[in-house]
Design a protein around this ligand. Sequence first.
Ligand SMILES: NC(=O)c1ccc[n+]([C@@H]2O[C@H](COP(=O)([O-])OP(=O)(O)OC[C@H]3O[C@@H](n4cnc5c(N)ncnc54)[C@H](O)[C@@H]3O)[C@@H](O)[C@H]2O)c1
Length: 265
Amino acid sequence: MRLKDKVAIVTGAGRGIGRDIALAYAKEGAHVVINDVDPATAEATAKDVRALGRKSLAIAADVAKSADVQRMVATTIKELGTVDILVNNAMKIVPGRLEKLTEEAWDTTVNIGLKGTFLVSQACAQHMIAQKSGAIINIASIAGLFPYNFAGAYSVVKAGMIMLTKLQAMEWAPYGIRANAITPGYIRTPGTEGMYADPVIYEGRRKGVPMGRVGSGEDIAGPAVFLACEESRYTTGSVLGADGGQAVGYFLTVPGRRFSGGSID
Ligand SMILES: NC(=O)c1ccc[n+]([C@@H]2O[C@H](COP(=O)([O-])OP(=O)(O)OC[C@H]3O[C@@H](n4cnc5c(N)ncnc54)[C@H](O)[C@@H]3O)[C@@H](O)[C@H]2O)c1
Protein backbone atom coordinates (compact mmCIF):
# COMPACT_ATOMS: atom_id res chain seq x y z
CA MET A 1 0.00 0.00 0.00
CA ARG A 2 1.50 3.28 -1.07
CA LEU A 3 -0.57 5.65 1.13
CA LYS A 4 -1.00 3.59 4.29
CA ASP A 5 -2.64 5.66 7.07
CA LYS A 6 -2.13 8.95 5.24
CA VAL A 7 -5.00 11.44 5.56
CA ALA A 8 -6.27 12.95 2.32
CA ILE A 9 -8.86 15.60 1.50
CA VAL A 10 -10.39 15.38 -1.98
CA THR A 11 -12.65 18.28 -3.00
CA GLY A 12 -15.63 17.71 -5.26
CA ALA A 13 -15.38 13.97 -4.57
CA GLY A 14 -19.09 13.21 -4.57
CA ARG A 15 -18.84 12.05 -8.17
CA GLY A 16 -16.60 11.85 -11.25
CA ILE A 17 -12.82 12.17 -11.15
CA GLY A 18 -12.76 13.23 -7.48
CA ARG A 19 -14.69 10.16 -6.46
CA ASP A 20 -12.36 7.86 -8.42
CA ILE A 21 -9.31 9.51 -6.84
CA ALA A 22 -10.81 9.12 -3.35
CA LEU A 23 -11.46 5.40 -3.92
CA ALA A 24 -7.98 4.86 -5.37
CA TYR A 25 -6.45 6.55 -2.31
CA ALA A 26 -8.51 4.34 0.00
CA LYS A 27 -7.34 1.23 -1.88
CA GLU A 28 -3.78 2.42 -1.25
CA GLY A 29 -4.52 2.63 2.50
CA ALA A 30 -5.40 6.31 2.98
CA HIS A 31 -8.19 7.71 5.14
CA VAL A 32 -10.13 10.10 2.93
CA VAL A 33 -12.20 13.20 3.62
CA ILE A 34 -14.86 13.50 0.96
CA ASN A 35 -15.75 17.09 0.29
CA ASP A 36 -18.57 18.15 -1.99
CA VAL A 37 -21.09 20.95 -2.12
CA ASP A 38 -23.69 18.18 -2.48
CA PRO A 39 -24.03 16.39 0.90
CA ALA A 40 -25.81 13.31 -0.52
CA THR A 41 -23.11 12.40 -3.05
CA ALA A 42 -20.36 13.20 -0.53
CA GLU A 43 -21.90 10.75 1.93
CA ALA A 44 -22.27 8.08 -0.78
CA THR A 45 -18.56 8.25 -1.67
CA ALA A 46 -17.59 8.28 2.03
CA LYS A 47 -19.65 5.12 2.51
CA ASP A 48 -17.77 3.43 -0.34
CA VAL A 49 -14.42 4.46 1.20
CA ARG A 50 -15.49 2.98 4.55
CA ALA A 51 -16.49 -0.22 2.75
CA LEU A 52 -12.83 -0.49 1.69
CA GLY A 53 -11.87 -0.54 5.38
CA ARG A 54 -10.57 3.02 5.65
CA LYS A 55 -11.86 5.96 7.70
CA SER A 56 -13.86 8.59 5.87
CA LEU A 57 -15.71 11.81 6.65
CA ALA A 58 -18.21 13.40 4.31
CA ILE A 59 -17.91 17.16 4.64
CA ALA A 60 -20.42 19.26 2.73
CA ALA A 61 -18.68 22.57 2.07
CA ASP A 62 -18.37 25.14 -0.70
CA VAL A 63 -14.66 25.50 -1.53
CA ALA A 64 -15.28 29.08 -2.67
CA LYS A 65 -16.33 30.13 0.86
CA SER A 66 -13.53 30.65 3.36
CA ALA A 67 -15.72 29.90 6.41
CA ASP A 68 -16.68 26.53 4.87
CA VAL A 69 -13.03 25.79 4.07
CA GLN A 70 -11.86 26.63 7.60
CA ARG A 71 -14.55 24.35 9.04
CA MET A 72 -13.60 21.52 6.67
CA VAL A 73 -9.89 21.58 7.45
CA ALA A 74 -10.44 22.06 11.22
CA THR A 75 -12.87 19.10 11.27
CA THR A 76 -10.40 16.93 9.35
CA ILE A 77 -7.60 17.64 11.83
CA LYS A 78 -9.88 17.20 14.83
CA GLU A 79 -11.33 13.89 13.62
CA LEU A 80 -8.39 12.34 11.75
CA GLY A 81 -5.45 14.10 13.39
CA THR A 82 -3.73 15.60 10.36
CA VAL A 83 -3.87 16.29 6.64
CA ASP A 84 -1.12 14.81 4.46
CA ILE A 85 -2.61 15.04 0.98
CA LEU A 86 -4.92 17.57 -0.66
CA VAL A 87 -6.54 17.15 -4.06
CA ASN A 88 -8.13 20.32 -5.45
CA ASN A 89 -10.67 18.86 -7.84
CA ALA A 90 -13.99 20.70 -7.32
CA MET A 91 -15.15 22.68 -10.33
CA LYS A 92 -18.21 23.99 -12.09
CA ILE A 93 -18.02 24.96 -15.73
CA VAL A 94 -20.39 27.68 -16.90
CA PRO A 95 -20.15 27.82 -20.70
CA GLY A 96 -20.87 30.80 -22.90
CA ARG A 97 -19.54 33.12 -25.56
CA LEU A 98 -17.16 35.71 -24.15
CA GLU A 99 -19.19 38.62 -25.53
CA LYS A 100 -22.30 37.39 -23.72
CA LEU A 101 -20.84 35.77 -20.61
CA THR A 102 -22.42 37.14 -17.46
CA GLU A 103 -20.43 38.44 -14.53
CA GLU A 104 -22.07 35.76 -12.41
CA ALA A 105 -20.92 32.98 -14.78
CA TRP A 106 -17.36 34.32 -14.73
CA ASP A 107 -17.35 34.64 -10.93
CA THR A 108 -18.78 31.15 -10.35
CA THR A 109 -16.04 29.43 -12.34
CA VAL A 110 -13.22 31.63 -11.04
CA ASN A 111 -14.39 31.42 -7.43
CA ILE A 112 -14.73 27.63 -7.35
CA GLY A 113 -11.75 26.70 -9.51
CA LEU A 114 -9.15 29.32 -8.68
CA LYS A 115 -10.15 30.99 -5.42
CA GLY A 116 -11.29 27.64 -4.04
CA THR A 117 -7.94 26.04 -4.87
CA PHE A 118 -6.18 28.96 -3.16
CA LEU A 119 -8.36 28.86 -0.04
CA VAL A 120 -8.25 25.10 0.55
CA SER A 121 -4.52 24.92 -0.21
CA GLN A 122 -3.78 27.78 2.17
CA ALA A 123 -5.79 26.24 5.02
CA CYS A 124 -4.10 22.85 4.55
CA ALA A 125 -0.62 24.33 4.01
CA GLN A 126 -0.74 26.11 7.37
CA HIS A 127 -0.96 22.67 8.94
CA MET A 128 1.45 21.00 6.47
CA ILE A 129 4.08 23.71 7.09
CA ALA A 130 3.95 22.96 10.82
CA GLN A 131 4.29 19.20 10.22
CA LYS A 132 6.94 19.79 7.51
CA SER A 133 5.33 17.51 4.93
CA GLY A 134 2.45 17.42 2.51
CA ALA A 135 1.39 16.74 -1.07
CA ILE A 136 -0.97 18.98 -3.02
CA ILE A 137 -2.41 17.79 -6.31
CA ASN A 138 -4.30 20.32 -8.39
CA ILE A 139 -6.61 18.93 -11.05
CA ALA A 140 -6.12 21.41 -13.88
CA SER A 141 -6.93 20.51 -17.50
CA ILE A 142 -5.57 20.36 -21.00
CA ALA A 143 -7.82 23.42 -21.28
CA GLY A 144 -5.26 25.25 -19.15
CA LEU A 145 -2.68 24.63 -21.91
CA PHE A 146 -4.91 25.23 -24.96
CA PRO A 147 -7.91 27.57 -25.12
CA TYR A 148 -11.26 25.82 -24.69
CA ASN A 149 -13.53 28.12 -26.65
CA PHE A 150 -17.07 28.87 -25.49
CA ALA A 151 -16.28 27.42 -22.06
CA GLY A 152 -16.43 30.78 -20.32
CA ALA A 153 -13.67 31.36 -17.76
CA TYR A 154 -12.73 27.65 -17.69
CA SER A 155 -9.41 27.84 -19.58
CA VAL A 156 -8.36 30.96 -17.70
CA VAL A 157 -9.04 29.23 -14.38
CA LYS A 158 -7.16 26.09 -15.38
CA ALA A 159 -4.17 28.10 -16.65
CA GLY A 160 -4.27 29.98 -13.35
CA MET A 161 -4.29 26.69 -11.42
CA ILE A 162 -1.13 25.64 -13.25
CA MET A 163 0.63 28.87 -12.27
CA LEU A 164 -0.69 28.60 -8.69
CA THR A 165 0.76 25.06 -8.56
CA LYS A 166 4.20 26.39 -9.53
CA LEU A 167 4.00 29.14 -6.92
CA GLN A 168 2.95 26.66 -4.23
CA ALA A 169 5.84 24.38 -5.23
CA MET A 170 8.39 27.21 -4.93
CA GLU A 171 7.10 28.81 -1.74
CA TRP A 172 6.41 25.60 0.16
CA ALA A 173 9.28 23.32 -0.96
CA PRO A 174 11.39 24.40 2.06
CA TYR A 175 8.65 22.97 4.31
CA GLY A 176 8.58 19.55 2.63
CA ILE A 177 5.36 20.28 0.76
CA ARG A 178 5.16 19.20 -2.87
CA ALA A 179 2.60 20.70 -5.27
CA ASN A 180 1.87 19.26 -8.70
CA ALA A 181 -0.85 19.60 -11.31
CA ILE A 182 -2.53 17.02 -13.53
CA THR A 183 -3.94 18.07 -16.90
CA PRO A 184 -6.65 15.58 -17.89
CA GLY A 185 -7.84 15.51 -21.49
CA TYR A 186 -11.28 14.24 -22.53
CA ILE A 187 -12.72 12.33 -19.57
CA ARG A 188 -16.18 10.78 -19.41
CA THR A 189 -17.76 11.61 -16.03
CA PRO A 190 -21.22 12.61 -14.77
CA GLY A 191 -20.11 16.21 -15.41
CA THR A 192 -19.43 15.56 -19.11
CA GLU A 193 -22.06 12.88 -19.71
CA GLY A 194 -24.40 15.45 -21.26
CA MET A 195 -21.84 15.79 -24.08
CA TYR A 196 -20.63 12.22 -24.45
CA ALA A 197 -24.14 10.76 -24.49
CA ASP A 198 -24.32 12.28 -27.99
CA PRO A 199 -22.58 9.69 -30.24
CA VAL A 200 -21.54 12.32 -32.78
CA ILE A 201 -19.73 14.39 -30.14
CA TYR A 202 -18.29 11.25 -28.57
CA GLU A 203 -16.88 9.95 -31.87
CA GLY A 204 -15.53 13.33 -32.89
CA ARG A 205 -13.68 13.70 -29.62
CA ARG A 206 -12.51 10.08 -29.47
CA LYS A 207 -10.90 10.39 -32.91
CA GLY A 208 -9.00 13.47 -31.74
CA VAL A 209 -7.17 11.49 -29.06
CA PRO A 210 -3.95 9.77 -30.26
CA MET A 211 -4.68 6.76 -28.02
CA GLY A 212 -8.10 6.49 -29.66
CA ARG A 213 -10.30 6.60 -26.59
CA VAL A 214 -11.94 9.05 -24.23
CA GLY A 215 -10.56 8.65 -20.72
CA SER A 216 -12.21 7.67 -17.42
CA GLY A 217 -11.84 8.95 -13.88
CA GLU A 218 -9.61 5.95 -13.15
CA ASP A 219 -7.18 7.19 -15.81
CA ILE A 220 -6.66 10.27 -13.61
CA ALA A 221 -6.63 8.38 -10.30
CA GLY A 222 -3.36 6.58 -11.15
CA PRO A 223 -1.37 9.80 -11.68
CA ALA A 224 -3.04 11.26 -8.57
CA VAL A 225 -1.80 8.30 -6.49
CA PHE A 226 1.70 8.67 -7.93
CA LEU A 227 1.86 12.40 -7.11
CA ALA A 228 0.64 11.76 -3.55
CA CYS A 229 3.02 8.95 -2.66
CA GLU A 230 6.70 8.51 -1.81
CA GLU A 231 7.57 7.43 -5.37
CA SER A 232 7.23 11.06 -6.50
CA ARG A 233 9.21 12.49 -3.57
CA TYR A 234 11.53 14.55 -5.84
CA THR A 235 8.73 15.82 -8.10
CA THR A 236 7.25 19.24 -7.42
CA GLY A 237 5.91 22.05 -9.60
CA SER A 238 5.30 19.59 -12.42
CA VAL A 239 2.35 19.46 -14.79
CA LEU A 240 1.55 15.85 -15.54
CA GLY A 241 -0.54 15.18 -18.64
CA ALA A 242 -3.21 12.47 -18.50
CA ASP A 243 -4.83 12.91 -21.87
CA GLY A 244 -4.16 9.91 -24.11
CA GLY A 245 -1.52 11.94 -25.95
CA GLN A 246 -3.82 14.82 -26.83
CA ALA A 247 -1.42 17.60 -25.86
CA VAL A 248 1.38 16.19 -28.01
CA GLY A 249 -1.03 15.24 -30.77
CA TYR A 250 -2.53 18.64 -31.25
CA PHE A 251 -2.06 18.39 -35.01
CA LEU A 252 -3.23 14.81 -35.14
CA THR A 253 -3.23 13.25 -38.60
CA VAL A 254 -5.88 10.58 -39.00
CA PRO A 255 -5.37 7.94 -41.72
CA GLY A 256 -7.71 8.69 -44.61
CA ARG A 257 -7.55 12.42 -44.04
CA ARG A 258 -6.84 14.51 -47.15
CA PHE A 259 -3.89 16.86 -47.39
CA SER A 260 -3.38 19.61 -49.94
CA GLY A 261 -0.39 17.57 -51.23
CA GLY A 262 -2.31 14.29 -51.49
CA SER A 263 -3.82 11.84 -49.03
CA ILE A 264 -2.57 9.07 -46.78
CA ASP A 265 -4.06 5.62 -46.33
N1 LIG B 1 -14.27 15.53 -17.25
C1 LIG B 1 -13.34 16.05 -18.01
O1 LIG B 1 -13.33 15.90 -19.24
C2 LIG B 1 -12.23 16.88 -17.41
C3 LIG B 1 -11.15 17.23 -18.21
C4 LIG B 1 -10.13 18.00 -17.66
C5 LIG B 1 -10.20 18.41 -16.34
N2 LIG B 1 -11.28 18.07 -15.58
C6 LIG B 1 -11.32 18.55 -14.21
O2 LIG B 1 -11.47 17.47 -13.32
C7 LIG B 1 -12.22 17.88 -12.20
C8 LIG B 1 -13.40 16.94 -12.01
O3 LIG B 1 -14.17 16.90 -13.20
P1 LIG B 1 -15.45 15.96 -13.33
O4 LIG B 1 -15.71 15.82 -14.79
O5 LIG B 1 -15.29 14.76 -12.48
O6 LIG B 1 -16.57 16.93 -12.72
P2 LIG B 1 -18.04 16.61 -12.15
O7 LIG B 1 -18.87 17.78 -12.51
O8 LIG B 1 -18.51 15.25 -12.54
O9 LIG B 1 -17.77 16.62 -10.57
C9 LIG B 1 -17.41 17.80 -9.93
C10 LIG B 1 -17.84 17.72 -8.47
O10 LIG B 1 -17.47 18.97 -7.84
C11 LIG B 1 -18.53 19.36 -6.98
N3 LIG B 1 -18.50 20.80 -6.75
C12 LIG B 1 -18.89 21.79 -7.60
N4 LIG B 1 -18.77 22.99 -7.02
C13 LIG B 1 -18.27 22.77 -5.78
C14 LIG B 1 -17.92 23.64 -4.70
N5 LIG B 1 -18.08 24.96 -4.80
N6 LIG B 1 -17.44 23.08 -3.56
C15 LIG B 1 -17.28 21.73 -3.46
N7 LIG B 1 -17.62 20.88 -4.46
C16 LIG B 1 -18.10 21.39 -5.59
C17 LIG B 1 -19.77 18.92 -7.71
O11 LIG B 1 -20.91 18.84 -6.84
C18 LIG B 1 -19.35 17.57 -8.30
O12 LIG B 1 -19.63 16.50 -7.41
C19 LIG B 1 -12.61 19.33 -12.43
O13 LIG B 1 -11.68 20.18 -11.83
C20 LIG B 1 -12.52 19.44 -13.93
O14 LIG B 1 -12.30 20.76 -14.37
C21 LIG B 1 -12.29 17.31 -16.09
